[in-house]
Design a binder for this molecule. Sequence first.
Ligand SMILES: Nc1ncnc2c1ncn2[C@@H]1O[C@H](COP(=O)(O)OP(=O)(O)OP(=O)(O)O)[C@@H](O)[C@H]1O
Length: 457
Amino acid sequence: MSLKIQTVTSHAKDPKTSSHSHITGLGLDDEGNVKDIADGMVGQKEAREASSLMKELILQKQVAGRTILFAGPPGTGKTALALAISRELGPKVPFCAMTGSEVYSAEVKKTEILMSNIRRSLGLRIKENKEVYEGEVTELIPQEVEDPLNGYGKTVQSVIIGLKTVRGSKQLKLDASIYESLQKEKVIAGDVIYIEANSGAVRRVGRSDAFATEADLEADEYVPIPKGDVHKKKEVVQDLTLHDLDLANARPQGGQDVMTMIQSLGKPRKTEITDKLRLEIDKVVEKYIDQGIAEFVPGVLFIDEVHMLDLECFTFMNKQMEKSLSPIIILATNRGKTKVRGTDIISDFGMPRDLIDRLTIITTIPYNPQEVSEILKIRAHAEGIPIAADALVRLAQIGAETSLRYALQLLTPAWIQAEMNAYDEVTQEAIDDVHDLFLDVQRSSRILKDNEEVYLA
Ligand SMILES: Nc1ncnc2c1ncn2[C@@H]1O[C@H](COP(=O)(O)OP(=O)(O)OP(=O)(O)O)[C@@H](O)[C@H]1O
């Protein structure tokens, strides 16, 4: 089997970052020590130190197949730490985030959802020496002919393209399909492009810097005119995940005719990826790795609320961890002793004992009022909410009495309240107002308990 990799586009999942957008790393100094406050991270120093060590091991590829568990009370930064590790690893290391409850779907098997997320976390860097035509486009002329099937219309039969490098220039006559690719990439004269000779794939590199003096307000990337010949061998590096490869090779391979397009409209967007296909892809990938064409980049699969998984999922995960192509798995839970879902067994973190035995556990602890205040300040800044000093003190106090998450959630309503009262920053009164309007967990449970008789059981 030969893999289809030219046309692969990345399907990396966007981690849900909005409430963590202030976190840009673990907050380490140059020697790798944890700073008090840095990269949006506050306190929780031991867990950050442990995470920093894990990050190093991941970068040195010494923990493939290892599983880490962040355990701690709600709102103590477990998700934040996992995202900070991902930021430290950089965009080239795949990071896939999911929550335990995501596996329950009426359409797709639980293990299938886990499997596709595992494969989203397995990266592959493919280096290929490709034969390319590269240069600044000097001319682009489609050659049209009368279309025999359409009395009035014309179709593009081929395209003449002129490419120029520092060393020379060449005129090429290319197939009509390449004209489509050129149009898709919005290539015009003056752009620097390369065309892969085998696949005909076109990549626009940027605008030639010979045009950089144009009074052009558009943000465009200016690149130098390529050196060397127009026709040459070039090393092309592509970062993909195994899931990208699965998708690209599972898609129906039909043509562009109307029937295939209509059929594909009726099909579910999730094309079926069979175990057989994955096995075949793994075989080819392992061959590529042995031959040095590809480099395996184990990424991170983060499963939040892992106690939501059931015994079937845990058994599946246990099996996956032993495979040679396996990601680093980071789990997070805020549960203590509880039932393992799907059984009557009570166990730590709601996870089976044999899985707990394999884990490296990092615990997170609740924040002190000072730390709560710092986190609130950073969040207010990230959300662009101006807040008065005394209002911050009051909100931090509420956060310490209730929970950090509750205090964070009061920020936006308090800002709306302040704005409605024509203030240009969040005031202490606005904080008190919204604190009265919205209940925290303790107050809500108390009300439920006191009014038990009026609620339905
Ligand atoms: N040490 C920290 N520094 C900066 N921000 C933090 C820190 N810890 C938590 N936060 C922020 O506080 C909020 C709650 O934290 P987070 O969601 O990470 O908690 P959690 O432990 O995953 O909670 P849960 O168990 O309820 O899922 C997030 O917006 C997070 O970015």
